[in-house]
Design a protein around this ligand. Structure first.
Ligand code: C5P
Length: 286
């Protein structure tokens, strides 16, 4: 069953192709036809939608992966992890520009990846920061200073399994709201816990039906995201995703149906799982 069926009976009709944004229990299918138009007509989606700029934070390390290099440069089924992410973004009809936030030390390796790929979307390397938040700040600052960009999608380089369709679904939804994330309903029961006298002690169990696992892409009206990042800097807020800044400011952020396979590659086990998933998508020949 579709993950969002609980919100609106109409969703069963939209389960494969639909744009599903939850807003106070309502689902908006209004851009559905735009998302799928290309499939039927071959029309590039960005001829119909505002062209979308995509920032890819890729300036992390390989620490939790146990690697000496940036984990996005590690091989996955014949090409670096970052190449898979770029390939999906490039195949998304709505994306017309990609900025990769990265450490200058990684630029030669990333340029080599780009040279081998022959992407149709223009790509720019931008300097990342010491944290993901700082990397995104720099990307948003760059785009804001251009003075022409309305909306931006942000997608972690480490989520290399996101499909082009997911990018397009987020781009389409961003025509109607100022903030959104891809997300999926949480399957596990989640406990809130902290250190107690005899170990980690549970404090509470949030109701699972209200819990969503946040993914990327996340999308925002650029001027608002810039304002939120400036405020975060001034207030010393530290967050792990950009939606959290909007939430702190009381600005609405909506959820677009994500993908269960849209894993964030963090540990070696994630790489094994990703290889399996990609192998299955590509078929046995590769
Ligand atoms: O480490 P983690 O996987 O949670 O990071 C999420 C994304 O943020 C990754 O794609 C990583 O490359 C990126 N990142 C960044 N700048 C940093 C740290 C992480 O762009 N300083």
């Amino acid at each position: 069953m579709s993950c969002c069926a609980r919100f609106d009976g109409r969703l069963s009709d939209l389960s494969d192709t639909g744009l599903k944004i939850k807003r106070g229990g309502q689902v908006w299918p209004s851009l559905l036809w735009l998302v799928d138009l290309k499939q039927y007509t071959g029309i590039r989606l960005n001829a119909l939608l505002d062209p979308m700029h995509l920032l890819i934070p890729a300036a992390g390390s390989g620490k939790r992966m146990g690697a000496a290099v940036n984990k996005l440069l590690l091989p996955l089924l014949g090409q670096p992890i970052l190449a898979w992410t770029l390939q999906a973004a490039d195949q998304a009809s709505s994306i017309e520009w990609i900025g990769i936030l990265s450490q200058p030390g990684d630029w030669p390796a990333i340029e080599q990846i780009l040279a081998a790929m022959d992407l149709s979307t223009p790509v720019q390397l931008l300097q990342g920061g010491a944290t993901r938040q700082e990397s995104v700040y720099r990307g948003v600052e760059y785009l804001y200073n251009l003075g022409t960009v309305e909306r931006v999608l942000i997608h972690d380089g480490a989520r290399c399994l996101a499909t082009p369709k997911l990018f397009d679904r987020c781009s389409a939804a961003l025509q109607q709201v100022d903030g959104l994330i891809a997300g999926i309903p949480v399957k596990d029961t989640i406990k809130v816990a902290e250190a107690g006298p005899k170990g980690i002690q549970i404090q509470s169990t949030p109701e699972r039906s209200r819990l969503w696992a946040a993914q990327t892409p996340q999308g925002f009206r650029l001027s608002m995201l810039w304002q939120a990042h400036r405020e975060a800097l001034a207030q010393g807020w530290q967050v792990t995703d950009d939606a959290a800044l909007f939430e702190k400011l009381g600005w609405p952020v909506y959820i677009v149906e994500g993908e269960e396979s849209n894993l964030k590659l963090t540990t070696p086990l994630d790489v094994l799982l990703a290889a399996q998933i990609l192998q299955q998508r590509l078929g046995p020949a590769r």
